[in-house]
Design a protein around this ligand. Sequence first.
Ligand SMILES: [Fe+2]
Ligand SMILES: [Fe+2]
Length: 189
Amino acid sequence: MQTTSENTSNDHVKSKVKITNNRVQTSQLMELFEEKLKVILWTEKELTTIIPKMITLATSDDLILALTDHLHQTNEHITRLAKVFKTIDKKPATFKSNVMDGLIAEAGEIMEDCDKGPKCDAAIIAATQKIEHYEIATYGTLREYAETLNLREAERLLLKTLNEEKEADKKLTEVAVQSVNVEAASEKM
Ligand SMILES: [Fe+2]
Ligand SMILES: [Fe+2]
């Protein structure tokens, strides 16, 4: 599995990656970098359609706030990804992710089946955190690739988004354990 460590030293590999005349050189890793960028851009765009539905269905004020904040961040992630594409002289493009498509479909089914209330809020958090973990894994990998490819600006942008995804995940855990799960546990069937 691809590491998401932020402190891995790749100096021995980095030295093999060259940027000549400000042109980004092609390589197998560069190809993979671009493919994964397309997948995460597709994902972020899908999320801008599903998060508003979650906000409409959620009842916990803390959850609504966390989701609303993350919807704004998701739009920023799309803008930031366009900048990352620019660092490799490419136009933003998307590629459908079967994994994320499945996770989003699952979230949609959960929302169709649940009545507003603590149980539904808890289910929304669970579905959202699965998606967040996928995003964290993907951004972690992309950041590592950018480091190896010596794409400093891309690495900086990807790290910023990676940290925001981690924070969003942490916030959802807080909302779950401090209120939503507790309320769902005290609700009778
Ligand atoms: Fe995101
Ligand atoms: Fe996210």
